[in-house]
Design a protein around this ligand. Sequence first.
Ligand code: PTJ
Length: 249
Amino acid sequence: MIPKNHPRYESLMTRELIVEGIKKGITSTQGLIAQGRGEAFDYLIGEKSTQYALLAEKVAAAKLLLAKKPVISVNGNVAALVPVEIIKLSELVNAPLEVNLFHRTQERVNKIIRNLQTAGAKNMFTNSDALIPGLGHERAKVDTNGIFIADTVLVPLEDGDRCKALADMGKTVIAIDLNPLSRTAQCAAITIVDNITRAVPNISKFAQELRGLEHEELQEIVRGYNNKQTLSLAINEIRKNLESLSGRF
Ligand code: PTJ
């Protein structure tokens, strides 16, 4: 049991969610490694939603609201860390959920679908009857009516290959990835460099605020956005934090 006054309480509790996910059979063991990498970047970023992350989250909300066929991709880490929050976002922006796994087993796909449905998910694509062209691994398997024909896909904690393949299909890819140097971060149209535990509630908050806006007003928010600048600001933030830390000694 982790005491509430532990200085690393939140971070340790997030870790526990991944461990729980593995015990339930919804998260892959590799999910632990991914979480560790994420934690390291979160530490360097300052474990907060920075201004540039908040901007990317607002633009992501606008883009999801503008999309004709948005879909939110869910993997084992997402299902363990933010099941309720991702369902809320899915409802707010009318983007069904679709389970898509890198270390895919049908058993794990089914367990994640059941878990999300038990948590209240109603709008899901559950087939895997189409293949993303040019991908040699299991993440190519998608639903014909879901990710395959989606115009906008939110991909939290993604691998770079599929992000590129989705972009090559002409889709707008929105990534959530704490590592601004990852291939996913570099290839997405909108990269949210933030912890998924903060990013998903933030996108929902913006979606709630923006829902009443006209199409043109939403487009205006998306138009001025520059993803290269977001990545450069994220890398700069890490540099600044490291400089200020090194100055302490
Ligand atoms: O459930 P599966 O089989 O689909 O597998 C999911 C994982 C995440 C294990 C799989 O996609 C994988 O191996 O991903 P990678 O290649 O390790 O990439 C994960 C990325 O997500 C890394 O760049 C991490 O920095 C980042 N990341 C990890 N935890 C978080 C995160 N980003 C935001 N929030 C986090 N909590």
